[in-house]
Design a protein around this ligand. Structure first.
Ligand code: FE2
Length: 389
């Protein structure tokens, strides 16, 4: 049978980290800086956001924390988020909205609460014409920490002095970035995932903002995992309830080690329910993803692999519950991971590596963690529940 996380010897799932500690080592730790890779000068629009990789940064295991879900109790009329003069438009019927006429960085607490609710409802929301990328880095982080404790990514590059900022960066000739290593052995770059679901408390309301992008290409695709759940038959939904899956960060850490990248925190595995409930909307969502979900607890290997393969295929081919976000300068995308790759609780996402002219694609992600995933019991649809025997 597929072992539970508790049976896996290398498991270090007991804790979730907190404070940055820099290891005391005698030699100066190796630090790789993108600006140096580019010869000390760059045409990046926001050089302060270029990644650095500091091999001396080591973080202890994460520790549990109490998450406050700001979307609960927020006004569903969004008076502080969408004042008169702003515009909101659906990207697709089931997922995604685009907003103009709002500056995220000036939102009051009430506006931020309503933002969390809007994102929970629409799964991914695209804000255009934002000044967010021009804020001092610490101000951007101060804005994001309202939504939860900042996650420090175990293997990502980050701006010097700001380890909480996760940088997504591809630049230069094909074959020179980690994305190209990933793509080398594959036919397609599509890999739907929700960010860092191996953590005991994966991210919730998540922000991604862009600095540089190719003229076309590099879109991000989001999947509505609530709709992916809704599309399943009732017998399969019922069977999935109560099942838990193992999510692992070990492969990601090994990938980084193999490329002489950083591993700032030792990898963990955690179990989460396969069907997760959103604390604000009560909606149920599939919570498995190709990036990090490895096996289903209690099933034999072949059973686990077959069921996960079905679910991954179901998620990735559901164009009727996906939204494709095209990046433009001054765009901020907010999603609810319940993920991905955007809000991480209810969506999964995938990058699209479809450009090969060496153009820079450079973004930053703010990734506040949320509650430990929980599930509520299966409920028959009302029609069936009320049917006479
Ligand atoms: Fe992602």
């Amino acid at each position: 049978m597929t072992p539970s996380v508790q049976q896996i010897p290398e498991d270090t799932s007991a804790a979730v980290p907190e404070k940055l500690t820099t290891t005391t080592i005698k030699e100066t730790p190796k630090v790789k800086r993108q600006i140096e890779v580019e010869g000390g000068k760059t045409d990046a629009k926001h050089p302060l956001y270029l990644p650095t990789w500091n091999h001396g940064q080591k973080y202890p295991p994460l520790e549990p924390f109490t998450h406050i879900e700001h979307s609960i109790g927020a006004s569903p009329k969004f008076p502080d988020l969408l004042p008169s003069g702003s515009k909101i438009q659906k990207l697709t019927p089931t997922i995604g909205s685009e907003v103009t006429g709002v500056q995220l960085s000036t939102l009051t607490s009430a506006g931020r609460d309503q933002l969390a609710l809007l994102v929970a409802q629409r799964k991914v929301v695209v804000f255009r014409d934002q000044g967010f990328a021009d804020l001092p880095l610490q101000e951007a982080l101060d804005f994001g920490c309202y939504f939860g404790r900042h996650h420090i990514h175990p293997t990502s590059g980050s701006p010097e002095g700001y380890p909480e900022l996760h940088i997504v960066h591809r630049y230069g000739a094909p074959g020179t970035s980690e994305f190209d290593s990933f793509l080398a052995g594959r036919n397609s770059s599509v890999s739907f995932h929700s960010d860092v679901t191996y953590e005991a408390q994966p991210p919730g309301t998540t922000f991604l903002y862009i600095f540089d992008s190719p003229e076309t290409g590099g879109d991000t695709v989001f999947v509505n995992q609530v709709e992916a759940y809704n599309r399943l038959s009732e017998p399969l939904k019922e069977r999935l309830h109560g099942l838990r899956a193992v999510h692992s960060g070990f492969e990601q850490a090994q990938f980084s080690r193999d490329k002489e990248g950083v591993v700032r925190r030792e990898p963990v595995k955690n179990e989460h329910p396969i069907v997760r409930t959103h604390p604000a909307t009560g909606e149920k969502a599939l919570f498995v993803n190709q990036g990090f979900t490895r096996s289903i607890v209690g099933l034999k290997k072949e059973e686990s692999e077959a069921l996960l393969a079905f679910l991954f295929n179901h998620i990735s081919r559901g164009i009727d519950y996906q939204a494709r976000v095209r990046w433009a300068p001054r765009t901020v995308v907010v999603w609810d991971i319940l993920m991905r790759d955007f809000k991480n609780r209810v969506t999964v996402h995938s990058a699209t590596l479809d450009w090969s002219d060496g153009s820079r694609r450079h973004l930053a992600r703010i990734t506040p963690q949320a509650e430990a995933p929980f599930e509520t019991p299966y409920a028959k649809p009302e029609k069936e529940a009320n049917a006479l025997p």
